[in-house]
Design a protein around this ligand. Sequence first.
Ligand SMILES: Cc1ncc(C[n+]2csc(CCOP(=O)(O)OP(=O)(O)O)c2C)c(N)n1
Ligand code: SF4
Ligand SMILES: [Mg+2]
Length: 318
Amino acid sequence: MTQARSPKEYDAREHFWCPGCGDAGDLTAIKRFCLKHDIDPSMLVDSTGIGCSSKIGEYHRCNGHHWLHGRSLPVALAVKTVNPKLFVIDAGGDGDGGAIGMEHFIHSCRRNPSVVYILMNNQVYGLTKGQASLTAHKGLVTPTTPDGAKDDPVDLVELAIAAGATFVARGYSYRQDELGELLDAAYEHILAGRGFAYVETLSPCPTYHREPAHDQLKSWYEENILDVVTANREMHEMLVAARDIDPAYDPYDRARVLALLARVKETSGKLLTGILFRNDGKAALEEKLGVRDHAIVDLDLSPEANRETLERLIDSFR
Ligand SMILES: Cc1ncc(C[n+]2csc(CCOP(=O)(O)OP(=O)(O)O)c2C)c(N)n1
Ligand code: SF4
Ligand SMILES: [Mg+2]
């Protein structure tokens, strides 16, 4: 592909995340992705909530905007519905999209807009000084879990699949090439108008996520990540008798994906990465609303052009 834009065209203000923050890896991946696909920054919308991760829309050139904590997805859906030609990314943290914004997350998966949702999961509320989030692993010590987190974490990829998302993937922000591949696949899903692409990125917070048994947080992640193809092979070998796991991983098989996630949870508790699930057969929100080829943004919404409709509407209330 010929490169029409220079990398500088995707620059915005310098980021001020802590040294080693995984969010910086996500930012690099987004910028690389934009350059690779020659994305026009004026056609790119980055809808974000509140949190360290939600600052990402300020750090690359796009139509970036913050909304209330946990409330960015409804705005992303509205933007996409009004102007389906825009490339809409929603980005934010596990606290933002998984905790306070969980209902919007579920409804977005269900409604299936062609939006890429990048959820930067660091297991804590980084911006408010490291409280445990709903994705904190059991035993994680934080200011709100001084004796270690006691509850099972919520696996947001599992939730996304159960709620009806049509593309579900998880990457790791320190592994740029893999993350780039996931973003490429999510983009392809969006361009084909197939609907909601959930891309979770494991984005370490070295400031507040402490693992006493590890000198570096990075080694904790390396130990606790497992790619889905390897997991499928290992589970197959382990569970031949169960005969419910095929040797070849098929991300289109929803029941098997969920079975694999459950078995990995029971056995090692590792976080699966890769493209976990795809469904090409569900209508996207824009299609359901009939706005893909009749964008609301192209309509003349002036009172003059709509007087008759307006009068009919007023009459209907009489
Ligand atoms: C309605 C509301 N409740 C609480 C807050 C305080 N608050 C700001 S960011 C945040 C959590 C951020 O965590 P996460 O989304 O995981 O982002 P991170 O900082 O970890 O990247 C909270 C609780 C807020 N701004 N608004
Ligand atoms: S507090 Fe954590 S999430 Fe926030 S910028 Fe620092 S390392 Fe990143
Ligand atoms: Mg967080």
